[in-house]
Design a protein around this ligand. Structure first.
Ligand SMILES: Cc1cc2nc3c(=O)[nH]c(=O)nc-3n(C[C@H](O)[C@H](O)[C@H](O)COP(=O)(O)O)c2cc1C
Length: 295
């Protein structure tokens, strides 16, 4: 089946409406290239590179590993995170990296965690596509106003940067579809074909996978993370409280999406499982034809 959404239409050569999450520590070229080669949009996370030289090398590596589209993420730390943790990633700290990526021909950029309108403007000036990722519909509306070409909203079921006013993926997507005009990317708690299709039905134009791909063969995650993903009991009370009550201290790394992951597969197998099962569900629902089109 050919998969067409407003997001696949926006990114030349993107086969499926499937986008890789940004990953501190593990969001590197081999992992991202495998994701792009499997038909999704791989993402190199710039946060992982302390110097322009290191980032430049990674982008050069990426160019060797894949001819398919991929993107770069700039995670911008909010002021309160910067002041309490000493993490120093501001928008300005990425300007050199952005120039490197633009020179290398990277077309798609995701920003996340905090406002990134200045990066967005620079991306647009160079003809790139800018998606902003946030944790609430309110911030998604601000990102749309700031000019983002699409927004990812991470639901409470997800992992990563949390917000005390977060809603579930269902509320985010169905409300955002009414309140925003730009394409939407659903993130948070999605790990199988039913979640993928449900997100599209709720109004998303693509789905972002984070925790569910952490234990894939190409993921450079440490064994202890992979083991957590493969063995986590998502009905365990401590885990539940981590996700839904924001009790993050000493907690497992993944989200509710890990409940869908029981074996280590390749990225290609993971994406193919999503697509093959989604197509089978659509056929069982009586959908005919060789094209999924919700543009
Ligand atoms: C190990 C790990 C590291 C992450 N690092 C970042 C990051 O640096 N920046 C960011 O915007 N999101 C980060 N995320 C969040 C993901 O990009 C994505 O939004 C989230 O995992 C989606 O929810 P899911 O895990 O339920 O799929 C991280 C997620 C994981 C599991």
């Amino acid at each position: 089946m050919i998969w067409k959404t407003r997001i696949t239409e926006m990114i030349n050569g993107l086969q499926y409406p499937i986008i890789m999450g940004a990953f501190a520590i593990i969001g590197r070229a081999e992992f991202a290239a495998a994701f792009s080669e499997a038909g999704g949009l791989g993402i190199v996370t710039a946060l992982n590179f302390g110097t322009s030289e290191g980032f430049h090398k990674e982008i050069e590596k990426m160019k060797k590993l894949t001819n398919k589209p991929y993107g770069v993420n700039f995670t911008v730390w909010p002021p309160q995170v910067r002041s309490t943790t000493g993490r120093d990633r501001t928008e300005e700290s990425y300007f050199d990296f952005l120039d490197i990526a633009l020179d290398a021909g990277v077309k798609v950029y995701t920003t996340s965690a905090y406002k990134a309108a200045e990066l967005g403007r620079k991306i647009h000036d160079a003809g790139g596509v800018w998606f902003h990722k946030c944790a609430t519909v309110k911030h998604a509306i601000s990102a749309e106003k700031a000019g983002a070409d699409g927004v990812t909203i991470v639901g409470l079921e997800g992992t990563g940067f949390k917000n005390p006013n977060q809603n579930t993926t269902l509320v985010n997507m169905t409300m955002a579809r009414k309140l925003l005009k730009v394409p939407l990317i659903a993130a948070g708690g999605i790990g199988d074909a039913r979640g993928f299709l449900a997100a599209l039905a709720m109004g998303a134009d693509a789905v972002c996978f984070g925790s569910a791909i952490m234990a894939t063969k190409e993921s450079p995650a440490p064994e202890v993370w992979k083991s957590q993903v493969l063995n986590q009991d998502i009905f365990d009370e401590k885990f539940y409280k981590k996700i839904f009550h924001l009790e993050l201290r000493d907690s497992a790394i993944g989200s509710m999406a890990v409940g869908h992951v029981n074996e280590e597969t390749t990225i290609k197998e993971f994406i193919q499982n999503i697509i093959i099962n989604a197509e089978e569900i659509l056929r069982n629902w009586g959908v005919k034809g060789d094209e999924f089109n919700n543009t």
